[in-house]
Design a protein around this ligand. Structure first.
Ligand code: CTP
Ligand code: MG
Length: 243
């Protein structure tokens, strides 16, 4: 079985989210978002290491309030950087030798499912670089500085990139090592694209949302509630088997 190291960036400043508490710490159905997101990965047999990247100013609070949870889940804390790419680069230095693949997943995408993870993990083994993405649903306008529509952008081939983004470790390390210091990449796939490597899309849907603004918390809660729990599903299968 291929082994995956999971890097979970949580070191951003949550500017669009606003308020006094950063979004990874915000409560989703009573628990911090980052814990919910971690839980999707830490019990998987194919995950051999989990690195949670937090801002320097949050490390103390993280240890005091959640140290026991992190120890129980075998999660290691890594200090973040100014840009998301710096946070990921810091964690990449700590990836263990036995991990053949690295999966990067935003700490603020708590609705990711095991099926989504299975699919993108499997595609990374086939092609070396795979990301979850969903077709763009909105009508997109390119707008001038004066707020006038210049163009409606055809959306047929457009997809919204999500995470997990999963790569063969050597390929991701090589791509990061070549990245120009001032390159304004916004995801890891772009780092790999810059290195000339093809990145495969794995179909996802809007339910794997990234919490960006405060209203996304209610959306995430509704999405989680709308899903049957694993126990219920198993019980359903069991009942079916009885018939
Ligand atoms: N992130 C990070 N280090 C950074 C910037 C972002 O680890 N220097 C993380 C965020 O904590 C988040 C993920 O990358 O889990 C996706 O980034 P985004 O949604 O943009 O979060 P923020 O940068 O915190 O939010 P904003 O852009 O609104 O400030
Ligand atoms: Mg950001």
């Amino acid at each position: 079985m291929p082994k995956y190291a999971v890097i979970m960036p949580a070191a951003g400043s949550s500017e669009r989210f606003g308020g006094s508490e950063k979004k990874p710490f915000a409560k989703l159905d009573g628990r911090p978002v980052f814990l919910k997101t971690l839980e999707a990965f830490v019990n998987r047999e194919d995950v051999c290491q989990t690195l949670l990247v937090v801002a320097k100013e949050d490390a103390e609070r993280m240890r005091t309030s959640y140290g026991a949870n992190l120890a129980f889940m075998n999660v290691r804390l890594i200090e973040g950087g100014a840009r998301r790419r710096d946070s990921v680069a810091h964690a990449l230095r700590e990836v263990r030798d036995d991990a053949e693949y690295v999966a990067v997943h935003d700490a603020v995408r708590p609705c990711v499912t095991q099926e989504m993870i299975d699919a993108v993990f499997a595609e990374a083994v086939k092609s070396g670089a795979a990301i979850l993405a969903c077709p763009v649903a909105a009508t997109l306008k390119r707008v001038s500085g004066a707020g006038v529509v210049e163009e409606t952008v055809p959306r047929d081939a457009l997809h919204e990139a999500q995470t997990p983004q999963v790569f063969r470790k050597d390929l991701l390390l090589d791509a990061y090592s070549r990245l120009a210091a001032d390159d304004p990449v916004t995801d890891d796939a772009q780092v790999v694209e810059r290195a000339g490597q093809a990145v495969r899309l794995v179909a996802s849907d809007a339910s794997n949302l990234k919490i960006t603004v405060r209203a996304d918390l209610s959306l995430a809660s509704a999405i989680l509630k709308s899903r049957p729990t694993r126990a219920v599903r198993k019980m359903g299968a069991f009942e079916e088997a009885q018939w």
